[in-house]
Design a protein around this ligand. Structure first.
Ligand code: HEM
Length: 412
């Protein structure tokens, strides 16, 4: 058991607290300054919040292991139904990563740009004449599932239901580490879909990455059903949820920074930098869980073998030690050498190129076609999860049939 940290008693960080979700950065600031190695005695976990420590945690997989789970609320739960590479350390992880990394290279992903733009435009077409929409429900919620489903080879007819299940999986209750029934049911729904799907694919029905995986080998053998299911679940959750949240986070942030939004509307080449700044400043993934494999001391605290540690990406990305005195300012012109929005090292986000492209295309099209949008900040609804931040509802109004915004040639 870990020693109690010496932070002042009123410094409490509970990642399930809805109040924390409203503004985690106030707490992160205090953690970085007052308790860079912070121990939560109720929920039994450490946090690391300074940039160098979080980077070091991602880099040093031998000390900060993923093998006990990368979600705090699922630590230590062995899963018999499926096995995901995100829960493995090198060298076990390496062969699985190699198997799929060729699919998501920058060059391969770049070829999807037209397809992604078509998907986003299709959703915008359905609402553009009405002058109002719920950005999340109508555009940013559905399109990343279509994109990842297209890569995986999931038929169009199945995508809506699958998304309904996936959207429940990360839901959490205020302050509670316990996974609510709704989320567990969502996981069963998602898993059930693929348990039914794999036998059909083995009979030759189906296409895409899942079907390709049936033929691929790791260490001279085919993948087990548990490993195949692990890939399916990982790709759907990782590929859909974080990207969905990232795009709505971008629109919500820009609506509160009208000068920067106007610059984007005037000059679409700024969109790439804006998306990158959202990944730094308000990332949809706020932290990852690791388990310490040996006793070690950090910032005067004793971390013991077996302790849980949260690597706070959201806190590290606001650290002035790395980003200077404007670290806590949203600035689409910032060009940082690095940030931790996609993690670092062995598990660096496999879909980073795809996520960046999806973000660029969607933010461009939204600002090109709905350029004069207004966000209803009074009725927007926050998504409450453990480590994913975003919106479940973001109501917008705009000029009906609007083409106000970025000039047409921006999409070429
Ligand atoms: C804004 C969007 C995204 C964010 C913020 C994000 C963030 C992350 C982070 C922080 C990790 C590291 C996890 C760890 O170290 O334990 C990760 C891993 C991963 N991400 Fe993403 N991600 C995004 C989009 C995507 C997309 C579109 C895909 C689709 C392929 C994807 C697939 C994965 C996979 C498969 C891993 C595990 C990699 C491994 O274990 O080697 N992500 N992501």
């Amino acid at each position: 058991m870990a020693a109690l940290a010496s932070a002042s008693d009123d410094l409490v960080y509970n990642p399930y607290s809805f109040a924390v979700h409203d503004d985690p950065y106030v707490t992160y600031r205090r953690l970085r300054e007052e308790a860079p190695a912070y121990w939560n005695n109720d929920l039994d976990f450490w946090t690391l919040s300074r940039f160098d420590d979080v980077l070091g945690g991602f880099r040093d997989f031998e000390t900060f292991s993923s093998a006990n789970g990368v979600a705090l609320e699922q630590r230590g739960q062995s899963n018999t139904d499926f096995q995901q590479m995100i829960d493995l350390d090198p060298p076990d992880h390496t062969a699985f990563r190699k198997l799929v990394s060729r699919v998501f290279t920058g060059r391969k992903v770049a070829r999807m740009e037209d397809e992604i733009r078509g998907i986003v435009d299709g959703y915008i077409d359905t609402i553009i004449e009405s002058g109002e929409c719920d950005l999340v429900e109508d555009i940013t919620g559905p399109f990343p599932m279509d994109v990842i489903a297209s890569v995986l080879g999931i038929p169009e007819a199945d995508r809506y239901d699958l998304r309904q299940q996936a959207d429940k999986i990360l839901l959490r209750t205020d302050g509670e580490i316990r996974i609510p029934d709704e989320a567990i049911n969502g996981m069963f729904g998602l898993l059930g879909y693929f348990i039914d799907d794999l036998p059909k694919r083995k009979k030759g029905i189906g296409e895409g990455l899942i079907t390709d995986l049936l033929e691929l080998e790791v260490e001279g053998r085919k993948l087990t059903d548990e490993e195949l299911l692990g890939f399916c679940v990982l790709f759907v959750i990782a590929g859909h949820e974080t990207t969905t949240k990232m795009v709505a986070n971008t629109v919500e942030l820009l609506s509160r920074h009208p000068d920067q939004r106007a610059q984007i509307v005037a000059d679409p080449t700024l969109v790439t930098g804006a998306v990158e700044e959202v990944l730094r400043f308000h990332n949809s993934t706020q932290y990852m869980h690791r388990t310490v494999t040996r006793d070690l001391e950090m910032h005067g605290q004793n971390l013991r073998e077996g302790d849980s540690v949260l690597l706070l990406i959201g806190a590290a990305n606001h650290d002035d030690r790395e980003f200077g005195e404007t670290a806590e300012v949203f600035d689409i012109h910032r060009r940082p050498e690095r940030h931790l929005g996609f993690g670092y090292g062995a598990h660096f986000c496999l879909g980073a190129a795809l996520a960046r492209l999806e973000g660029k295309v969607a933010v461009e099209q939204i600002h090109k076609r709905l350029g004069d949008y207004e966000v209803d900040h009074d009725t927007k609804k926050r998504f409450h999860s453990s480590n994913v931040t975003g919106w479940t509802s973001l109501p917008l109004t705009f000029s009906a049939g609007s083409r106000l915004g970025i000039a047409d040639e921006s999409s070429s």
